[in-house]
Structure formats: C-alpha cells, structure tokens
Design a protein around this ligand. Structure first.
Ligand code: SF4
Length: 321
C-alpha cells in the first residue's frame, strides 16, 4: 500500500480529517519521503534533527493512503487551486515524485508545483516533462557565509543552478528564501533583484525555530524587519522600479518611487508569496500570531503599516528600524 504524508490543513480541506480550519489552504501540500540525506540546521527532516518526522516547518503531516488521497482530489477539484509536492531527499525521491505527479495527473487537471533540492538540470526537465507546472528550488539561506553553515554546500553553485533552471524554463521556477538566517537587508535586496530579473519568483519565509533542530534556540526575525523585506519583495514581484537606501549595517531604511505610498496599502504585500495560490497557512506562525505571512489578505493593513513604517512623504517610505 503506497502512502504519502499530507499536511494536516490539506487533509482538512479535502474532508479527510475533521478539523477546524481558521485559514483553509488554497494549495494541497503533499510530502514525498522523510528523513533527508542533507543536514539543514533549521529543518526537522534533516539527518541530524531529533524532531518528529511528522513535521515540516511547524506543520504536522500525517501519513495517508495514496489511493484515498487521490480519490479525494478527483472528487473535489474545486477545493484547491494547486498541488505542491514537497520533496525530502530520501532514497528514491525522484522516482517517487515522478510517479506521484503522473498518477495525480491521471485524475486531476490542477497545476502542480514541486519543491525539491536538485543539482542536475536533466532532473528538472524530467519533472516538467512528467507534468509539473512549476519547480521550487529553494536557496533558503541568503548569504555565502551562512549558507555552508546552515544549509551545507556551495552558495554560488546553488544560485547559479537556480538561474540556469530559470533560463531553461522561464517564468516557471520559484525559489524560497528564509529571512533571519544572519543576512542583511541589502543582501536580500540584491538576491531578490537577481532572481526576479531572471523571471524566478521568490517565496519568502520567516525563520522559525523548530524543536530538535540545530537552530531550535535561535530567534525568528523581528516582525517590522520582515515587513520591509516583504514590501521590497512585493515591489520586485510587480515589476516596480524603485530606489532603496540602507543604513551603515545594511538595514533597509527607505524605499522611493512613483506612487509608492499607495502600493504600500495593498494588502497583498503581506500575504504568503511564491507560486500562484500558495498560501501555506501557519508554516511560520501560531494561529494566534504574530503573522509573518498572511494566508489571505489582511483586513487591517493600516495597523500593519503603522507597525513598521515611520512616515510616507513625496513618494518615499521611511521605515522604523
Ligand atoms: S511557493 Fe508554495 S507551491 Fe511553490 S514550491 Fe514553494 S511551497 Fe510549493
């Protein structure tokens, strides 16, 4: 009997678990494999983590019979807008992922994302050929100096591989970046600019300490810092031209550009980012907050803006640092 781990919210939205969903996922999240061959310091699936393999980020993923899941997807095509396979690099991870993609495609026309760690472009091609519509190649850690320590491997090689995949499959690659891994705002700016200029979408995450991982005692980023990075990401994502200023420590102090104050008021600035319709409810936050990524546009954008913006004048937004 084939099984797959499914995020608890996804089981809820499909009616396979009777749970209250304060924010239903708009994408179905499925986990392929468990216990990774890599050793990322922040991940409960990493080789050295003592955390439960039921977890990815702060979400629980119960094992589910594949045929049952497939049937539920087939019978309820309107409940979600995308399927995302989150692949843990355990034995046979690629063959298993290819199988799951082809099999779900036989019953569903939903677009498919795959979040996976790869270094061979032929494997990226194989995933697209099997029916995936977007591939997520996570960078996670945004600086050369912390990459080797927290993620392992070579930073430049990883960035170049993501760019290569983006060149071969334009507008079809997503990357993930985690804020709060020892990087500066300036480094995040430069990296996001590079990715968006190469048609690669950036999904932002806030570092979340998970019990049993090497980074369990580190702190999440300050919310007001996360907000200014979120705003900058939003501006890149809509193709806005803007200027930035940083203080001596590389923290983003202001952003300027035509109509920038109006753009700040768009509640989508604060929502989860990445592939279309990916809202990842409570990946980074307790349901009671603080909310780093809102799964749906927040009603209270004005209050959120007041928390991290000092003032707006003459097309310039100055941040509280
Ligand atoms: S942005 Fe969302 S849908 Fe896309 S790969 Fe990442 S988790 Fe999956």
């Amino acid at each position: 009997m084939k099984e797959i781990r499914v995020s608890i919210g996804s089981l809820g939205v499909l009616g396979l678990r009777n749970i209250k969903l304060p924010a239903p996922p708009t994408t179905l999240y499925l986990m392929v494999g468990e216990k990774c061959m890599y050793n990322c310091a922040y991940c409960p699936q990493s080789r050295s983590s003592h955390g439960s393999t039921e977890y990815l980020s702060r979400v629980i993923w119960p094992k589910t019979e594949w045929s049952k899941l497939k049937e539920a997807v087939k019978n309820a095509p309107e409940l979600v807008k995308r399927i995302c396979f989150q692949v843990v690099n355990s034995p046979h991870f690629l063959e298993d992922t290819l199988f799951f993609i082809r099999d779900i495609k036989s019953v569903s026309a939903l677009p498919i994302s795959v979040s996976i760690r790869l270094s061979n472009i032929n494997d990226v091609d194989a995933l697209f050929s099997s029916g995936a519509n977007r591939i997520g190649l996570a960078l996670d850690v945004a600086t050369e100096k912390t990459f080797a320590e927290y993620r392992g491997g070579n930073f430049s090689d990883t960035v170049n591989f993501i760019l290569k995949a983006g060149k071969k499959h334009p507008r079809s690659i997503t990357t993930h970046i985690i804020v709060g891994m020892g990087e500066s705002d300036r480094e995040l700016h430069d990296l996001m600019k590079l990715f968006f200029e190469n048609t690669i979408t950036v999904g932002l995450f806030a570092f979340t300490p998970i019990k049993g991982t090497r980074m369990e005692n580190k702190k999440p980023p300050e919310l007001k810092r996360y907000r200014r990075i979120q705003f900058m990401r939003y501006l890149f994502s809509v193709g806005k031209e803007f200027d930035v200023e940083f203080n001596g420590e590389g923290a983003l102090s202001s952003v300027s550009g035509e109509n920038i104050g109006e753009m700040l008021k768009n509640p989508y600035v604060f929502t989860t980012s990445g592939c279309p319709h990916c809202n990842r409810p409570y990946y980074n936050e307790e349901p009671m907050g603080p909310m780093f990524n809102y799964p749906f546009p927040p009603q209270n954008a004005e209050r959120i803006i007041n928390e991290f913006v000092q003032y707006v004048s003459n097309d310039r937004v100055v941040f509280k640092i």
